[in-house]
Design a protein around this ligand. Structure first.
Ligand code: 0X9
Ligand code: ZN
Length: 336
């Protein structure tokens, strides 16, 4: 078990995921989404017995390198699921129900009824780069992937920079709005949709679940927002927007009940800004997912540099987010 409330390197996280899968094969399976530009494996865990009729929920984090609180939150979710499950297993093995903690019946219910995937770091190259901040102070604020330099004439000179904003590289209204064609921009969308191995592999992974994928949640930071489709233009919604809104409203209410953290919900242009090429919009449109949410975790938008979240806020952030996420999981598990 990893002690929560800390930040870990990608290699520690990867080993942790592998160990969980090795030691608890009945609970978790290791999944390999793909390989990054620098050769790292994008790993995740699959929970719940897979039968073809079961609905699937996918939760990811870390598509943006500097959003460490999101990566911690996804790791916390994994810990939550395996801890409750393993205590349940121990009970079974030891035939010792007395004195030992029962597995959380709510989590047990999820795993009986759905297949849950958690991928804690979609952009491990970027994440590892942000962790070199001891020697390179600017690295902590890196957002993009670490793809090789690309160049473009910006009106003054030919500028070359590394990295693509993977959350602008999905094939949903690619390059239309809120994205840049200049490689030195933080929101550089890349040369073409799915030009990057990370976003391409991930889209193929999600597409392989088409028809069964009922909810897709991507964790970001920060601003305390619960965002749904579509983001490219105001007043542009999917047909089931009322249901989407209803569940989002309920989720932020449930989230706030724990510590009073205030979230707002809405589409991108309603509550922050318009942009295109993001994962949730692509998933909503292409895979026709019912619940497709981007969650911007703590702190609030008034904070100046909220990407660096104090360690003592990590566990509360993860806990309240789980409370919100359970609203979505409940909708999926209780709908037949
Ligand atoms: O710009 C982004 O990619 C997200 N914000 S962040 O500060 N984490 O970079 C915005 C995601 C908004 N999502 C949708 N409007 N779908
Ligand atoms: Zn982000």
């Amino acid at each position: 078990r990893l002690r929560m409330g800390e930040y870990y390197s990608y290699s520690v996280l990867s080993t942790w995921l592998q160990r969980i899968a090795e030691n608890m094969p009945d609970i978790a399976k290791l999944i390999k989404v793909g390989t990054t530009i620098e050769g790292r494996e994008i790993l995740g865990l699959k929970f719940g017995k897979d039968t073809p009729d079961k609905k699937v929920v996918v939760i990811d984090a870390g598509i943006h390198a500097r959003e460490w609180a999101a990566i911690h939150t996804a790791s916390y979710f994994i810990n939550l699921v395996i801890f409750d499950q393993s205590s349940l297993l121990e009970n079974k093995i030891n035939f010792q129900i007395v004195n030992s903690r029962e597995g959380d019946p709510q989590i047990q219910n999820y795993l009986d009824n759905i297949v849950l995937y958690i991928i804690p770091v979609l952009n491990p190259d970027g994440y590892e780069y942000t962790r070199t901040d001891k020697t390179n102070p600017r690295a902590r604020m890196w957002r993009k992937s670490r793809s090789p330099k690309a160049c473009a004439f910006d009106g003054v000179r030919n500028s070359c920079c590394m990295g693509v904003d993977l959350n602008r590289n999905f094939d949903f209204r690619f390059s239309e709005i809120g994205a840049s064609r200049y490689p030195c921009s933080e929101i550089y969308h890349g040369p073409s949709a799915f030009s990057e191995p990370e976003s391409k592999a991930y889209s193929q992974f999600l597409a392989s679940l088409k028809g069964r994928l009922e909810a897709y949640i991507t964790l970001h930071s920060y601003s305390q927002l619960w965002i749904y489709s579509y983001s490219h233009r105001k007043f542009t919604y999917a047909p089931d927007i009322d249901e989407t809104r209803r569940v989002a409203a309920k989720a932020v209410q449930e989230l706030g009940r724990m510590y009073g953290t205030k979230y707002r919900h809405g589409t991108g242009p309603e509550i922050i800004y318009a942009f295109s090429g993001g994962s949730t919009d692509w998933a909503k449109e292409t895979l026709k997912i019912k619940y497709s949410y981007t969650i911007e975790l703590r702190p609030g938008y008034e904070e100046w540099n909220g990407f660096v979240l104090d360690k003592n806020q990590l566990i509360p952030t993860a806990k309240e987010t789980w409370a919100g996420v359970t609203v979505v999981l409940d909708e999926v598990t209780n709908q037949w």
